[in-house]
Design a binder for this molecule. Structure first.
Ligand code: CA
Length: 220
C-alpha cells in the first residue's frame, strides 16, 4: 500500500512517515501543493489543509478531480465548523492535530478497507435508469459517460443500488458507508447525496424519504 503524505511541518511529518513505514506502508512525503499534484498515484492521501503555497481546500478539490483516491484530511483547526467543512469537501475521514498515531493508523485501515475492491459479484454491472454501475471497477456511467464520484458518493450509490426501491435510513447509510465507529451527525449524508445527485444527472433517481432516508427509484 502506497500512501502520499502532504504535510509541510517536519515535526509532524517525520515521526508520522517513520511510523507509517514501520507499519509496512510505502510512503511518499511532499511539502507543497504542486508536488502533491505531481506525485505518483497512491492508494490513500493524508492531506494537511494548511500548506505554504496553496489553500488546502483548493488542493483537495484538484486532487479529487484528478482521481478517486481516498483522502484523509489533517488539520490544526478542530472546531465543529471546520470539521463539517472537511467532510463537505468529500474527505473520507478527518483528523485534527494533535492526533494519536495509532488512531490515525486505525482510520487509514478503515478507509482502505471501505474503498478496497469487493469480491467479484456475478452481476458486477448494474443498470438502473440512466446509470451503469460497474462494481468490479467501481466505475459509474450516466448516459454512457463516466462520472467522477468520490469514494463516499460511490459507496452511497452502491449501497442504495443493492436494493432499488427499498428505503435506506440515514443511520444505516452512516454505518455502512462511514463505518460503525463514526461519531458524526447524519447531516453530512445529505451533503454527499446532494453532490451525488448533481453528478448523476437524473434528479429523480435518488428520492429523499422525509424524516427517514433515501431510496433509489428504479422505474422510469
Ligand atoms: Ca501545515
Amino acid at each position: 500500500m502506497r500512501l502520499l503524505v502532504v504535510e509541510d511541518d517536519d515535526r509532524i511529518a517525520i515521526p508520522l512517515t517513520d511510523g507509517l513505514r514501520r507499519e509496512g506502508y510505502e510512503i511518499e512525503r511532499v511539502v507543497t501543493a504542486g508536488d502533491a499534484l505531481a506525485a505518483a498515484p497512491a492508494d490513500l492521501v493524508l492531506l494537511d489543509l494548511g500548506l505554504p503555497d496553496r489553500d488546502g481546500q483548493e488542493l483537495f478539490r484538484d486532487l479529487r478531480v484528478a482521481s478517486t483516491v481516498p483522502i484523509i484530511v489533517i488539520t490544526a483547526r478542530g472546531s465543529e465548523r471546520d470539521r463539517v467543512t472537511g467532510l463537505n469537501l468529500g474527505a473520507d475521514d478527518y483528523v485534527v492535530k494533535p492526533f494519536g498515531f495509532q488512531e490515525l493508523v486505525a482510520r487509514i485501515k478503515a478507509v482502505l478497507r471501505r474503498s478496497g475492491p469487493r469480491p467479484h459479484d456475478a452481476a458486477s454491472v448494474l443498470r438502473i435508469r440512466v446509470l451503469e454501475i460497474d462494481r468490479r471497477t467501481r466505475l459509474v456511467r450516466s448516459h454512457g459517460a463516466a462520472l467522477a464520484l468520490t469514494p463516499k458518493e460511490y459507496a452511497i450509490l452502491d449501497y442504495l443500488a443493492r436494493d432499488p426501491g427499498a428505503v435506506v435510513t440515514r443511520q444505516e447509510l452512516l454505518e455502512k458507508v462511514w463505518g460503525p465507529h463514526w461519531y458524526g451527525t447524519t447531516k453530512m449524508i445529505d451533503v454527499h447525496v446532494a453532490s451525488l445527485r448533481k453528478k448523476v444527472g437524473d434528479p429523480e433517481l435518488i428520492e429523499t424519504v422525509r424524516g427517514i432516508g433515501f431510496r433509489l427509484v428504479a422505474g422510469e
